[in-house]
Design a protein. Structure first.
Length: 78
């Protein structure tokens, strides 16, 4: 089985951490895209597409924090 590159492994861990700090049950593509905005190589590709990185991050953060609130794990102990 092929191994992930160190960069990809870092991005995947970042995406999981972004989901975990929000207490989301699982990481979504939006968490992954937000993690990619923190990666230097991915930033170069995104920038080459003339994407406004700050706007992308702001919109993703707003979407994740507001529209994905249904992913928050129920931690109530019955």
């Amino acid at each position: 089985m092929p191994a992930f590159s160190k960069g990809l492994e870092t991005v995947l861990h970042t995406a999981l951490e972004l989901a975990n700090v929000r207490k989301h049950e699982f990481a979504t593509l939006e968490h992954l895209l937000l993690a990619l905005t923190e990666d230097e190589d991915a930033n170069a590709v995104i920038d080459a597409c003339n994407v406004d990185m700050k706007l992308l991050r702001d919109n993703l953060t707003g979407y994740i924090d507001n529209d994905l609130s249904g992913l928050v794990m129920d931690t109530d102990e019955d």
